[in-house]
Design a protein around this ligand. Structure first.
Ligand code: RIB
Length: 314
């Protein structure tokens, strides 16, 4: 990694999260009384940018996206401002609204189910990404996901790879992509269900996760880093396959955004120069802290909390 390259650049979507808490999802045609509601900033790319900005000390974080000109957009702009995220490549469109996500949070388990519509961010093009090429080339780490058009993700990864920038693909939500895309990635970071959908293999046990990891390596990924919920994360490369254990969580309030906390934390740690396995441990700590709080972006932990948790569990 060249020392002249700095910080994390993230391409992805921002949407407003509308989170409803209830005991269960309604059946078709049924109206159910919920027990809580929250409106807040979301979208995997934006959540990861917030996670990276809070986890990283003194590393710049730049977010590339498209939003509308509306009240949902204002929530995003205020969030990025307060977390010091560079928004030079956030395009405000007149013609499209900011996207939104319906999030069901189970009051029983804290687990979630999501419907997301990217709105303006769903129109991100290859040209939009090329407009941000200077920022991508100057980053230490570039990260993207599958919520915006995949062609845009691919272009970002190509620009980063050509410039020698470390690349992370969080393939969420799972989508089919040709193997050439994985060959552009130093790290591919699915959760169990995404790893299973992408590879067509079951991912219930650690051994199955290793087999899915092998499949991702065959597709060209440098390292498969598969998050395994309360078990932690599997760091699987051609040379080593190590389970990075999860940190203990006292009370699970909401699991939405835990993957984003992991990815943002991992990217920030790599950009700071941590070794990949240490960065994965740092990412697990960030994820554990995020599930103890409600919301997605609002649940992203700050560096001091992550350091405290890591010190308590050396
Ligand atoms: O990963 C959680 C995010 O996925 C939510 O914030 C929601 O907006 C969806 O994009």
């Amino acid at each position: 990694m060249s020392s002249s390259r700095k910080g994390v650049v993230i391409l992805g979507i921002y949407v407003a999260d509308l989170a409803f808490r209830a005991g269960r999802l309604p059946r078709m045609g049924e109206t159910l009384l919920g027990s809580g509601f929250a409106l807040g900033p979301g979208g995997k790319g934006s959540n990861q940018a917030v996670a990276a900005a809070r986890a990283g000390t003194a590393i710049p974080v730049t977010f590339i996206t498209k939003i509308g000109r509306d009240a949902f957009a204002d929530i995003g702009l205020a969030t990025w401002k307060s977390d010091g995220i560079t928004t030079d490549y956030v395009v405000q469109m007149e013609s499209e609204p900011t996207g939104a996500a319906f999030i069901f949070v189970s009051t029983e388990t804290g687990d979630n189910a999501i419907i997301v519509n990217g709105g303006a961010a769903g129109t991100i093009t290859i040209e939009d990404v090329e407009d941000a090429a200077t920022a991508i080339r100057s980053a230490a780490v570039f990260m993207t996901q599958f919520e915006q058009p995949i062609d845009a993700a691919r272009r970002g990864l190509e620009i980063a790879r050509q410039a020698g920038v470390t690349t992370i693909l969080n393939p969420a939500p799972a989508a089919s992509a040709d193997d050439g895309l994985y060959g552009l990635c130093d790290y591919v970071t699915p959760n169990e269900s995404e790893a299973s959908t992408i590879t067509g293999l079951p991912v219930d046990t650690l051994e199955q996760a290793r087999a899915a990891g092998d499949d991702l390596l065959r597709r060209g990924a440098g390292v498969a880093l598969i998050t395994l919920g309360e078990r932690g994360a599997l760091y699987h490369s051609g040379r080593e396959s190590i389970l990075v254990p999860a940190f203990p969580v006292e009370t699970v309030v909401e699991t939405t955004g835990a993957g984003d906390a992991f990815n943002g934390g991992f990217a920030a740690a790599l950009a700071e120069g941590m070794k990949p396995l240490e960065a994965a441990r740092f990412a697990c700590a960030a994820a554990a802290l995020s599930v103890g709080k409600a919301g997605t972006a609002p649940s992203m932990p700050r560096r001091a909390e992550i350091d405290r948790l890591m010190k308590a569990h050396p």
